[in-house]
Design a protein around this ligand. Sequence first.
Ligand code: FAD
Ligand code: FES
Length: 352
Amino acid sequence: MAALLDLVQTLTTPHPVDRYLELVRPMLTVRDMRARIVEVDRSVPGTLRLGLRPTRHWSGLRAGQFVQVGVVIDGVRHTRCYSPVNSQHDPRRRLDLTIRVHPHGLVSRYLHENARAGAIVDLEPASGVFHLPQRRPERVLLISGGSGITPVLSMLRTLADEGYDGPVVFLHYARSPEFVPHREELAEIAAAHPNISVEMRYPELDGRGFSHDELTRVAPWFADAQTYLCGPPPLMESVREIFDEEGLGERLHTEEFVATAVPVDSADIHGTTTFSASGVTADNAGESLLEQAEGAGLTPEFGCRMGICLSCTSVRRSGCTRNLRTGELESDPDQPIQLCVQAAVGDVDIDI
Ligand SMILES: Cc1cc2nc3c(=O)[nH]c(=O)nc-3n(C[C@H](O)[C@H](O)[C@H](O)COP(=O)(O)OP(=O)(O)OC[C@H]3O[C@@H](n4cnc5c(N)ncnc54)[C@H](O)[C@@H]3O)c2cc1C
Ligand code: FES
């Protein structure tokens, strides 16, 4: 079969065979995975819920992982990461996404305005290291804020489906009850499982932000648990601080939806970036190499723009770069790097 596909591919070169098939039947693909939108729900303000039916390539997910969804807007393909809210034991071949609509966001707004049942989107397999371990922990604390509810809801549903009997606390922060997607379902899960407790907090309404006291109140056993956290940066920082103070950093597992970059050192901003495969050069402006390439008119692949999905990986032929997440310098030649989280330090040659 692989040999036959290779032969067909050779005959259709220079375009992948899927480019021809998509003209006839977009869900009939050889190599690319896609998904058909089968349900669209805009009932929660500022949130879009999509049900997707993937092509046969879909091989499932581990609770907490994300997928990349691609859409074409004005002729340009854009991809973004979304964490399906499904249990990993969901028997349907279906993915459910819960997407916060950013008022100025390109893809979330586009989907909110245009998604309709029957439309096709590009899809990449589930990936990411933020997932429940194979051997379930004895106690589980799930903390989320805003749209960060999605990966931990997948974990909660998975544990509930497995009949997990250790204590589980699901602590979620939101602006107000009507902004919490899946609120009724969460209450139903808690009512059906005596070991699962769902705690909703609305700091702007009830004044109850995250604190050490709150943590010991809702999960007095947190030091013996594995904790999974996803939410906006201020919540992530508060939780991290407390876990670090307690010496529990290794028990805290986190996922970020937005990048937190270390500030660029002005001493790094000099020299020329050469994109050697395209014969393009640009003065180092202190931005990420991805932004620099885009500014120079190139269109490298990207997904998350925060060092998670690896879509933007390219080879640094020579020169030194700084990792914008960790601040570390790297200068080994001919190494794959992620353009979205590396900035040039002086002259650099990138193979795009
Ligand atoms: C691993 C992972 C999992 C994720 N899972 C989910 C999930 O399950 N659900 C979810 O909702 N999101 C999730 N995200 C976030 C998601 O990938 C996108 O980042 C999000 O949907 C915003 O994309 P966008 O194209 O709408 O915004 P972009 O256009 O990429 O903009 C990003 C941000 O910049 C702001 N912005 C854009 N343009 C302007 C402007 N002109 N002025 C001011 N501000 C501006 C937007 O408001 C937005 O906050 C996840 C991210 C990661 C990395
Ligand atoms: S775009 Fe995802 S790692 Fe760079």
